[in-house]
Design a protein around this ligand. Structure first.
Ligand SMILES: [Fe+2]
Length: 223
């Protein structure tokens, strides 16, 4: 898989521009259509940061559903390799629909794809998107706004916490339509006695100006 090397060594990989400008503008326009979402979260209220996001309801908008399926197909072989390396007993079927069935049978029925909206001074604290026992090891972030032209600041942040060492930070500026796959919580690192895990959290640095929309694709569903 292209990008597998970067995921192994850094815990994230750039996937290139997966959505064109019209698709980005269409998806972000959905933000004002409450009927396509199941809930709206005010981040300040939960002390998750500042700004807001909404979780889509099922059925997902067609373009988002297709992207989620394509990305799952692309990522699932590596997910299996990672869990094998970490000796974590997990099953990831080759098709997203079968994986979602597992989630739903394990009391994780609610869709997790989300649309985030940041305005000036908004930010997202470092966190992990875990919603139950079933976790897919990767998730994909796609920027829907133009950096520079539509917003400044608002970099995607990734922090890798290494055992018995200080943390490493990555700051990623995403172009409009550009997607990045990030590890949901761990990265396997080869040590002298097999693989060990480093722990990852991600967030967004404060917006300095403008408005930034992001599409978050998480593959496991939520309790
Ligand atoms: Fe997140």
């Amino acid at each position: 898989m292209q990008s597998a090397g970067d995921l192994w060594t850094r815990g994230y990989a750039r996937l290139g521009t997966l959505l064109d400008r019209a698709e980005c503008e269409y998806i972000r326009s959905l933000y004002e259509q409450p009927e396509v979402f199941r809930s709206r979260i005010d981040m300040a209220r939960y002390r998750f940061g500042r700004g807001e996001y909404q979780y889509f309801s099922y059925p997902l908008p067609e373009r988002i559903d297709r992207l989620r399926h394509e990305l799952y197909n692309h990522l699932v072989p590596l997910a299996v390799e990672w869990m094998d390396a970490l000796k974590l007993p997990t099953e990831y079927p080759p098709q997203l629909d079968a994986f979602l069935k597992q989630c739903h049978a394990a009391a994780q029925p609610r869709p997790t794809p989300l649309l985030l909206r940041y305005r000036r001074d908004d930010y997202n604290c470092l966190h992990q998107d875990l919603y139950g026992d079933i976790v897919f090891p990767f998730q994909v972030v796609t920027c829907l706004s133009r950096p520079g032209g539509e917003f400044t600041g608002g970099e995607l942040l990734l922090v890798e916490q290494q055992p018995r060492a200080q943390s490493v930070g990555h700051a990623l500026r995403l172009e409009q339509g550009e997607s990045v796959v990030v590890t949901t919580r761990y990265r396997p690192v080869k040590g002298s006695r097999g693989y060990y895990r480093t722990n990852f959290r991600h967030g967004v640095s404060p917006l300095l100006s403008g408005e930034r929309f992001t599409l978050g694709l998480i593959f496991h569903d939520a309790a």
